[in-house]
Ligand binder design. Structure first.
Ligand SMILES: Cc1cc2nc3c(=O)[nH]c(=O)nc-3n(C[C@H](O)[C@H](O)[C@H](O)COP(=O)(O)OP(=O)(O)OC[C@H]3O[C@@H](n4cnc5c(N)ncnc54)[C@H](O)[C@@H]3O)c2cc1C
Length: 448
C-alpha cells in the first residue's frame, strides 16, 4: 500500500520548518523535502551569516571610536579566512539544531528535489519515486537574479558569496536594494575596495526617500565608489580581471557580486501539473489563509512574495498551521506593521508607512523630523554619521503611521518600538513617555 502523508512540505527554510514542526507535533504525518541544506536562506546564506559578517565589520568603526576616546590602538588587520571558518562552524551548528528539532517533532526529512506530479503527489528526483499527501505546502523561497547580458556567468550571487573562503581586494557589487548596501558597507569596513553599481540615480527605492539619500551619502563618505545611473551591458573575463562594460564606464574588478533582486523559486516545481496560479512576478497567488488556487496546495514565505523577511515567513507558517488544525487564536499578520532593519553603518530601522507609501495610498499625513550629532561622536572633528528620526502621523487623530530611525542600534530600537506600534501608537503616547537620558533614542519622545 502506498504511504500517504497528511502534509508534504517542500522547502526546509524559515517557513517550511516551522510549519512542519508544528503540524507533526500536533500528531499529523508530515514530511519535509529539501534539496539543499536544512535551514534555508536565512540560516545558511542570508540573515545569519550576513549579520555575523556585519558584526565583524563593525569593529573597524569601534577601533576608530576607541582612538578618538584616547585609546592607543595597534595597527589592526582582518583575516577573512578566520571569519569564514567561524561562520561556517556556527551555521553547521544551527543546521544540526534544525535537523534535531524536526526529528524530535517526528517530521520525516527527505533530502531530495521535489516537483509536482499532481495536486497530491510529488516526484523525488534523486530517489526517482513519488510520494503522496492530502495537502502540500510550498515553502521554496526565492532565488537570486542574474542580469540577462553576455558574460553574466562571470559574476556571483549572494548565495555563492557566502561560500567564498578567499576574497580579493577589489569587489564590485551591482544593485541598490538592502542586500547590495549591506554587502557594500560590510566589505568596505573590512578594508576591501568596494564599487557599488546601480541603474537609477537613487538607492533603496522601495523605502522612504530619506533613507536612501542618507545611506548613499554615508556610503560615499565611507569611501565606497558609487556608480549611479549605470547599467551593465556585458561582462568579460581576462586572466587577471573581470571587466564590466556599462552604458558609461568600463569598470575593472576582481570579484563581481550581483544583488539585483530575487525571484520566487517555482521554476522547477512542475506547477503545470496543478491548478496553482502565479502572478506576473512568478509569485504563487494565495488568499489570506495562504491557500493557492489549487485547494490542496498552500504556499508560505518568499515564494508568495508578500513581505520577504524571515519573521514574516515564520508567522505565515504559524497562521497556516492554526488555520489547518482548527486552532482558535487571535494571532494575525498585518503586513503594514512589520518592522525591518538595514544593517549598514549607521543602521536603519523602520516600521509602518514611508512617505512614498502614504502618497501612493493617498493617506493624509504630517511629518516630524529631527537630525542631530549624537553625544557619542562629540569628539570627532569631522562629524561622523548623524542620528535621523522621522515620524509620520495622521493629522486628525495623531495616530503614528510610520517611524524611521537611522543611527547606531537602529535595528534594536525599532524592534522595541514595534511592540507598541502593533497596538496603535499616538503622538500623545510618545509625549507621555519619560525619556531615558542621555541616549540618542530619547529624541523619539522629545521630538514633539
Ligand atoms: C543575503 C540575504 C540577507 C537576508 N537578510 C535578512 C534579514 O536580515 N532579515 C530578514 O528577516 N530576512 C532576511 N533575508 C530574507 C530571508 O532570508 C527570507 O525572507 C527567508 O529565508 C524566507 O524563508 P522561506 O521559508 O520562504 O524560504 P527559504 O528560507 O529560502 O527556504 C526555501 C528552501 O526551499 C528549498 N527548495 C527550493 N525548491 C525546492 C524543491 N523543489 N525541492 C526541495 N527543496 C527546495 C531551498 O533549498 C531552501 O532551503 C535575507 C535574504 C538574503 C538572500
Amino acid at each position: 500500500m502506498k504511504k500517504q502523508y497528511d502534509y508534504i512540505v517542500v522547502g526546509a527554510g524559515s517557513g517550511g520548518v516551522r510549519f512542519a514542526r508544528l503540524m507533526a507535533s500536533h500528531g499529523k504525518k508530515v514530511c519535509i523535502v529539501e534539496n539543499n541544506r536544512i535551514g534555508g536562506t536565512c540560516v545558511i546564506r542570508g540573515c545569519v551569516p550576513k549579520k555575523l559578517y556585519v558584526y565583524a565589520s563593525n569593529f573597524n568603526d569601534h577601533l576608530t571610536d576607541a582612538k578618538i576616546f584616547g585609546w592607543s590602538v595597534a595597527k589592526s588587520k582582518h583575516k577573512w579566512k578566520s571569519l569564514v571558518e567561524k561562520k561556517n562552524r556556527e551555521i553547521a551548528r544551527l543546521n544540526k539544531i534544525y535537523i534535531k528539532n524536526l526529528n524530535k517533532a517526528g517530521v520525516d526529512i527527505i533530502h531530495d528535489h521535489g516537483s509536482f506530479v499532481s495536486s497530491n503527489s510529488l516526484f523525488l528526483k534523486k530517489k526517482r519515486k513519488i510520494i503522496y499527501s492530502k495537502k502540500i505546502i510550498i515553502a521554496t523561497g526565492s532565488i537570486p537574479n542574474y542580469p540577462n547580458i553576455p558574460g553574466s556567468e562571470y559574476g556571483i550571487s549572494s548565495d555563492i558569496f557566502f561560500e567564498l573562503k578567499k576574497i580579493p581586494k577589489k569587489i564590485s557589487i551591482v544593485g541598490s536594494g538592502y542586500i547590495a548596501l549591506e554587502f557594500a558597507f560590510l566589505l568596505k569596513n573590512l578594508n576591501y575596495d568596494v564599487d557599488l553599481i546601480f541603474r537609477k540615480k537613487t538607492i533603496l527605492n522601495e523605502f522612504d526617500k530619506d533613507i536612501g539619500s542618507r545611506v548613499l551619502n554615508y556610503a560615499i563618505k565611507k569611501g565606497i565608489k558609487v556608480f549611479s545611473e549605470t547599467s551593465l551591458k556585458k561582462i568579460k573575463k581576462t586572466a587577471k580581471k573581470t571587466i564590466i562594460l556599462t552604458n558609461k564606464k568600463i569598470i575593472k574588478t576582481d570579484l563581481l557580486i550581483y544583488a539585483i533582486g530575487r525571484t520566487p523559486n517555482v521554476q522547477s516545481l512542475n506547477l503545470k501539473n496543478t491548478k496553482v496560479i502565479l502572478d506576473k512576478n512568478y509569485a504563487i497567488k494565495v488568499n489570506k489563509n495562504s491557500r493557492s488556487k489549487d485547494k490542496n496546495i498552500y504556499a508560505i514565505g518568499d515564494v508568495t512574495n508578500r513581505k520577504n523577511l524571515t519573521p514574516v515567513a515564520i508567522r505565515e507558517a504559524i497562521i497556516l498551521y492554526n488555520f489547518l488544525s482548527g486552532q482558535k487564536t487571535n494571532l494575525k499578520l498585518d503586513y503594514n506593521k512589520v518592522a525591518s532593519a538595514i544593517f549598514t553603518q549607521p543602521e536603519v530601522g523602520s516600521i509602518g508607512y514611508g512617505e512614498n507609501d502614504l502618497k501612493k495610498l493617498n493617506i493624509k499625513y504630517k511629518v516630524l523630523i529631527t537630525e542631530f550629532n549624537p553625544l557619542k561622536y562629540s569628539f570627532y572633528k569631522n562629524k561622523k554619521s548623524k542620528v535621523f528620526i522621522k515620524i509620520m502621523y495622521e493629522p486628525s487623530s495623531e495616530k503614528v503611521l510610520g517611524i524611521i530611525y537611522i543611527g547606531e542600534s537602529a535595528a534594536e530600537i525599532i524592534q522595541s518600538l514595534a511592540i507598541i506600534f502593533q497596538k496603535n501608537l499616538y503622538l500623545d503616547d510618545l509625549k507621555q513617555t519619560i525619556p531615558v537620558h542621555p541616549t540618542s533614542s530619547e529624541e523619539l519622545v522629545t521630538i514633539i
